[in-house]
Design a protein around this ligand. Structure first.
Ligand SMILES: [Zn+2]
Length: 114
């Protein structure tokens, strides 16, 4: 092969390398999006399961969930107080009082109207 053929080969394999890198970045991004979607589906299933079974059926995970929801309620209440707001909603499903700008009921997971 002559000099220009070698040059063409080098350029082609560099181009292939660039294409692979671009594809790898694209695949990483698609994988990331799919894993986020998967996480969202698990969360939705978890909400349904907790609503159906109650947190106490889920052992340590249920205890942690209860604890984190308590902390969310406390922070939301503190935030409302700091902002001087009295933004209180009542969950249409279970009647729990929800303080702050929560999108879901902390007790039953029902999506709340804006
Ligand atoms: Zn509720």
């Amino acid at each position: 092969m002559g000099f220009f053929d070698d040059l063409k080969e080098t350029a082609k394999s560099e181009m292939d390398g660039v294409k692979k890198n671009v594809r790898a970045v694209q695949l990483q991004s698609e994988l990331h999006d799919l894993k986020r979607e998967e996480l969202g589906i698990y969360a939705a299933i978890g909400r349904l399961a907790v609503a159906a079974e109650g947190m106490e059926k889920f052992g340590d995970a249920g205890v942690k969930l209860f604890d984190v929801q308590e902390r969310i309620r406390a922070k939301a209440a503190e935030l409302s107080a700091v902002k001087g707001l009295q933004d209180v909603k009542i969950c249409p499903n279970c009647g729990t009082e929800i303080i702050g700008d929560m999108n879901f009921c902390g007790n039953c997971g029902t999506k709340l109207a804006e």
